[in-house]
Design a protein around this ligand. Structure first.
Ligand code: HEC
Ligand code: HEC
Length: 324
């Protein structure tokens, strides 16, 4: 009897440690108003990769959010139709199911609302919903899926709900860091462990706390004295206290999402760390946590090594060999 209880105990532990990112989906918050289903994700995925969503048929969501670059595009400023530059650096969409606020201005409540922004933005996809919806409704696969999944004709509701459901399926939570935290001590080498300890001892964790390495809040991390034409969250309420405030990005997959910051102004993690080490540029409004600190070049290397352990590209198995 006793023995079988132990057996059961080990079985549970084993099942637990075999947990794959897919199994983590059960923890993913989903919108009660837009529950995720397989069919919805697959419609959203087709739309996400479809260039017909842009005015001239040249740009899809995936043009700026490329799976292999952790759903960013490696350009300082994302590039939309006719080679036009968007105002900012493209954000990763991995783990976006967990976002508490959406966009650098931290002003949108959910992913559904966000979908309409790039479609109608003149520098991104440049379309308008009035013209786009009838065009998409004429595509038999989209109209059929809308009828099956949503029991209605293809419309803006279907478009925004299905793309948001697809985005919520983009999970990347099984990095070497995660494996280490689950007890696989060999998942990190000595330098990476030193980097993890150092990171946890620095002020970084105030704004970039585990598990998502962001507190989802906007902050001024001291980039510029004059933010120029992009003053961050200021543009939402024109409140001068918001100048230079941008939503703190996740550090998961940060080794893949260069260049960094809302304007892609830092190309390497070394540049980012030097920025913080000198205590920022001290503009008005800079968060007071950010202070100069003495980091040796070895410590900087340890931090960079640790940030590299937050990469998990297992989601890519769903995206190999995808033509764009
Ligand atoms: C021309 C390039 C471009 C295209 C096309 C594009 N995006 Fe983006 N995306 C960006 C940029 C730049 C940002 C950051 C903008 C900001 O926060 O102000 C962004 C931000 C986002 C965010 C916010 C992420 C976060 O952390 O808050 C989501 C979600 C998103 N995009 C989804 C989409 C979807 C869905 C589509 C297609 C309907 C799309 N994007 C098309 C460039 C693009
Ligand atoms: C006061 C909050 C705050 C603190 C403290 C802070 N950050 Fe940040 N971090 C931010 C904000 C806000 C941004 C985005 C700024 C922007 O886009 O202009 C950012 C951006 C970054 C980026 C770029 C991410 C990307 O995808 O573009 C990295 C890397 C980073 N921080 C690492 C660190 C490290 C390492 C520390 C500690 C030395 C640290 N941060 C401390 C708020 C903070």
């Amino acid at each position: 009897m006793k023995r079988s209880i132990w057996y059961l105990f080990f079985l549970v532990i084993m099942l637990h440690s075999c947990e794959t990112p897919e199994e983590l989906t059960s923890y993913v918050p989903f919108s009660a108003e837009n529950p995720t289903t397989k069919e919805k994700i697959s419609l959203g995925r087709a739309l996400f990769f479809d260039k017909r969503l842009s005015k001239d048929g040249s740009v899809s969501c995936a043009t700026c959010h490329r799976p292999e670059y952790a759903f960013t595009d490696r350009k300082p400023f994302a590039q939309g139709i006719e080679g036009r530059f968007a105002e900012r650096n493209a954000s990763t969409l991995l783990n976006s199911a967990f976002l508490e606020t959406v966009m650098f201005d931290a002003h949108l409540k959910n992913l559904e609302l966000q979908v309409l922004v790039p479609i109608q933005e003149p520098t991104e996809m440049g379309h308008n919903m009035k013209a786009l919806i009838p065009k998409l409704r004429e595509i038999p696969e989209y109209q059929q899926s809308a009828r099956t999944v949503f029991k209605r004709d293809f419309d803006a509701w279907v478009l925004t709900r299905s793309i948001a459901a697809f985005e919520r399926s983009l999970l990347s939570l099984n990095s070497r860091y995660d494996q280490y935290m689950k007890g696989h001590k060999k998942a990190l080498n000595e330098q990476e462990v030193a980097g993890l300890k150092l990171f946890n001892s620095l002020y970084c964790v105030q704004c970039h706390p585990a598990p998502f390495f962001t507190n989802f809040k906007a902050a001024n991390n001291g980039l510029y004295h004059d933010y120029g034409k992009d003053k961050g969250r200021f543009r939402i309420n024109l409140d001068s206290a918001d100048i230079g405030f941008f939503k703190t990005p996740t550090l998961r997959n940060v080794a893949l999402t260069f260049p960094y910051m809302h304007d892609g102004s830092f190309h390497t993690l070394g540049e980012v760390i030097n920025h913080y080490a000198r205590g920022g540029n001290h503009p008005k409004g800079q968060n007071e946590q950010i202070q100069a600190m003495n980091l040796t070049s070895q410590q900087k290397q340890q931090l960079i090594a640790f940030l590299g352990t937050l990469t998990d590209t297992s989601y890519m198995k769903k995206f190999r060999k995808r033509a764009r």
